[in-house]
Design a protein around this ligand. Structure first.
Ligand code: GYE
Length: 306
């Protein structure tokens, strides 16, 4: 027998679609804004939308995909919490003939491939986001030595892996900067605050805090202030996302920069799905372009932030 190359399941062109969006957790404004974007798009794109909340558990997210397959969804928009544990879910959907689009996070490329196991990844370039934060920091940090602490996102998630790589590689080009600690805060404000409190005991002299998302950056600012430090004056805080609280922190002078990572995937999901149903070949990565928010433009963007 000859092994057949797996081909992507087709998507019928029709008036309404049954769509699954298994959200991974809802403990931060980014996730809430993303879910809302899908719910709002259900109206305009004629979706019967099923959403679930895995509460921060990859195992629960896998089970949620299972139940959506059982309910007969036409198409799946999956934000995989971590790169490896969701691969069986992606393969199961493909085997059930359901076209899957990964949204906002990706899976391990060695184990599942766009154009084969799923149609495409819709999302940002996380390596580039980390690189842009590092380059802004190199340009804007005043001083000849910097002790850097990094708060990583969810262990095993694509944005945590890539935002670390992009930042680490770029910051290494300037010998003033030394990363003395890099620990996960699970993309959560509370965890970011707790981890920063602990790290401050070993590194009270920290000059730069790089957080992989704004929620952890806000948590770090709280911990720094509690320890008598002055974010924006004696310590530079930099991060990624572009939430309302982060833009406000920039306006207040407590944060230096946040590189955008947009949660508003609903319209892009609708458009890409329709292109696929029309028989267009979809690029393996539908890349989202990100802005950058600093003192220069935070005030004019804060009202539109989430
Ligand atoms: O930066 C973070 C969220 O996967 C791009 O996940 C997303 C990230 C986002 O929890 O705030």
């Amino acid at each position: 027998t000859v092994a057949m190359a797996q081909s992507l399941p087709p998507l019928e062109q029709k008036e309404r679609y049954k769509v699954g969006f298994p959200q991974m957790e809802s403990n931060n404004p980014w996730r809430i804004a993303e879910t809302k974007s899908f719910v709002d798009t259900a109206e305009t794109c004629n979706w019967d939308l099923i959403t679930t909340d895995a509460g921060g558990s990859a195992a629960k997210q896998v089970a949620d995909v299972d139940s959506m397959i059982a309910q007969g969804i036409d198409v799946l928009f999956l934000p995989p919490r971590e790169e490896k544990p969701l691969i069986p879910a992606v393969k199961k959907a493909a085997a059930a003939g359901i076209p899957t689009f990964l949204v906002d996070r990706s899976v391990d490329p060695n184990n599942a491939k766009a154009g084969v196991d799923y149609v495409s990844f819709l999302g940002s370039d996380f390596i580039d986001q980390g690189r842009r934060v590092a380059e802004w920091t190199i340009e804007n940090f005043e001083g000849d030595k910097a002790v850097v602490v990094q708060l990583e996102g969810t262990t095993g998630s694509s944005p945590a892996n890539d935002r670390k790589k992009g930042f680490d590689d770029a910051i290494a080009k300037d010998s003033r900067f030394t990363i003395v600690a890099s620990q996960t805060g699970d993309f959560a404000r509370d965890k970011g605050r707790q981890v920063m409190e602990t790290l401050l005991q070993a590194h009270p002299d920290v000059d730069v805090v790089y957080a992989h998302n704004d929620e952890m950056a806000i948590g770090a600012i709280q911990a720094l202030e509690l320890a008598g430090r002055k974010p924006g004056e004696d310590v530079l805080v930099v991060s990624i996302d572009g939430t309302r609280d982060a833009l406000q922190a920039i306006i207040d002078g407590k944060m230096g920069v946040t590189v955008e990572s947009s949660p508003f995937f609903g319209p892009l999901a609708c458009e890409t799905m329709k292109r696929y149903a029309a028989g267009e070949e979809i690029e393996p990565w539908v890349q989202v372009k990100d802005r950058i928010f600093t003192q220069e433009n935070a005030a004019e963007n804060v009202d539109d932030a989430y």
